[in-house]
Design a protein around this ligand. Structure first.
Ligand code: ADP
Ligand code: MG
Length: 368
C-alpha cells in the first residue's frame, strides 16, 4: 500500500531523516518507537505531506506522492492523522466536528454525515456526546472523538503521533482500547507511541527509529525479545530511575511524594500503582532511621513492568528490615511487595546497606 524509498528530510543543515526505507501493507499495524528527537513525528508528517521531504520517494498504491502531477489533497484524504493534542474545533459541537470535513470535502449530505457520525460515536463509545461541546469532554474522550473524526473521512490508513502522550495516565487505556478495536477490524495504522506493551501487543511490525533511520524493524517478538542491534536492545531494556537524597528526618515528605508521582505519571503507571508506591515509600521511610540521611531510588523497568524502591542507608546505620521496629509497617511493606531484599554494597565512602522493595501486581494493572 505504501512504499517509502530513501526518504530524506533536512531542516537547514540538520538531517533529521537520512535514508528511510519501508513498506506498509494493507491491514498492517505498525508501531514506531525510538528515542525522542529521532524523527518519528517528521516521518509521519512526511508521509501525508504535512512536511515536504527533501529527498526520496513515497508511493501510495503505486502513485508517487512527490510527483507534481499528484493530487495531494486526494492522497491526504486517504491518510487520517491523529495528534497528541486533539485539535477539535472548540466552537463546534461534537457532531459538527464530525460532519464538517465529510460535508465539505467528501460532499456528503448533512444527514448522511450525521448518520455516519452516530455510527462512529458508537464505535468510540461516546454516542451520548453528539451534542456536547469539546470543552465538556475529558482528554481521553476528546482523543476518541479525534479518532472518530478521522474515521469520518473513510481513510485507508491512520497515522497516530503519540495519541496518548498528552493524556492523564487514567485515560490512556480508553484511547488505546479504541485503537486496539480498529486494529481488530483490520484498519491499516502507523502509530508513534511510547506505550511499549501496547506496541508489542497490537502491532504486526515494529519500526525502531534512531539516527534518522529505521534502525531496525521486525515483528514485536523480534524487536522485543531478540533485537539484533545494540541500540535497539538498549532502548527496549532501558530502565528509568528517579533519585533523591534525604538529608535527615526533617525531609519534605510532600515534595518527595510529588516528585515520585511525577516520575510515575511520566512513565504511564496506573494511579493505583502510584498510590501503592507512595504508601510503600512512606512506610519504608517510617521504619528507616533517617538521622544520617539516605539515598532513595525509584527504578522502573518498562519492559518487565518492575518498579523497585531502593533505599541506600548511610554507613553504620542498622538496616530497618533487621531492626523491624514497627511490625505494622513491616507487614504493610511485605503485603505491597513481591520481593524485598537487603544487601551490603561497597560505596566509595564505605559499605552501605541497600534495601530493595519491588512493588507487586503492576503488570496486571498496566494499560493494555
Ligand atoms: P521525534 O518525533 O522522534 O521526537 P521529531 O521528528 O519531532 O522527533 O524531530 C526530529 C528532529 O527534527 C529534532 O531535532 C527536531 O528539533 C527537528 N525538527 C522537527 N521539526 C522541525 C522544524 N519544523 N524545523 C526545524 N527542526 C525541526
Ligand atoms: Mg514526536
Amino acid at each position: 500500500m505504501i512504499t517509502i524509498e530513501h526518504l530524506q528530510k533536512t531542516y537547514g543543515g540538520l538531517a533529521v531523516l537520512k535514508d528511510v526505507n519501508a513498506t506498509i501493507e494493507k491491514g498492517e499495524v505498525i508501531s514506531i518507537i525510538g528515542p525522542s528527537g529521532t524523527g518519528k513525528s517528521t516521518f509521519l508528517r512526511c508521509l501525508n505531506l504535512l512536511e515536504r521531504p527533501t529527498g526520496g520517494r513515497i508511493l501510495v498504491d503505486g502513485e508517487d506522492l512527490l510527483s507534481p502531477r499528484t493530487d495531494i489533497s486526494r492522497i491526504r484524504q486517504k491518510m487520517g492523522m491523529v495528534f497528541q493534542s486533539f485539535n477539535l474545533f472548540s466552537h463546534l459541537s461534537i457532531m459538527d466536528n464530525l460532519c464538517l470535513a465529510p460535508v465539505k470535502l467528501l460532499h456528503k449530505s448533512r444527514a448522511e454525515a450525521e448518520r455516519r457520525g452516530m455510527e462512529l460515536l458508537q464505535l468510540v463509545g461516546l454516542s451520548e456526546k453528539a451534542q456536547a461541546m469539546p470543552s465538556q469532554l475529558s482528554g481521553g474522550q476528546k482523543q476518541r472523538i479525534a479518532i472518530a473524526r478521522c474515521l469520518a473521512m473513510d481513510p485507508e490508513i491512520i497515522l497516530f503521533d503519540e495519541p496518548t502522550s498528552a493524556l492523564d495516565p487514567t485515560m490512556v487505556s480508553e484511547v488505546l482500547g479504541v485503537i486496539r478495536g480498529l486494529a481488530k477490524q483490520g484498519m491499516t495504522m502507523a502509530i508513534v507511541t511510547h506505550e511499549m506493551r501496547f506496541a508489542r501487543d497490537v502491532s504486526s511490525r515494529i519500526f525502531y527509529m534512531d539516527q534518522g533511520l529505521i534502525y531496525e524493524q521486525g515483528t514485536p517478538e523480534q524487536i522485543f525479545e531478540h533485537p539484533k542491534e545494540e541500540r535497539t536492545r538498549v532502548f527496549i531494556n532501558r530502565i528509568r530511575d528517579y533519585h533523591s537524597h534525604i538529608k535527615n528526618a526533617h525531609y519534605d515528605l510532600y515534595a518527595l511524594n510529588a516528585e515520585l508521582e511525577t516520575f510515575m505519571s511520566k512513565n504511564y503507571l496506573p494511579l493505583e500503582t502510584q498510590n501503592q508506591l507512595l504508601l510503600l515509600a512512606e512506610e519504608a521511610l517510617q521504619i528507616t532511621p533517617l538521622e544520617q540521611g539516605l539515598d532513595l531510588t525509584l527504578r522502573y523497568a518498562e519492559k518487565t513492568g518492575q518498579l523497585t524502591l531502593e533505599l541506600l542507608l548511610a554507613q553504620g546505620q542498622m538496616s530497618a528490615f533487621q531492626q523491624s521496629p514497627d511490625p505494622l509497617s513491616m507487614s504493610i511493606i511485605q503485603g505491597l511487595c513481591s520481593r524485598t531484599g537487603e544487601s551490603v554494597v561497597n560505596c566509595p565512602e564505605g559499605p552501605r546497606v541497600r534495601m530493595e522493595m519491588e512493588l507487586k501486581g503492576i503488570k496486571e494493572k498496566l494499560n493494555v
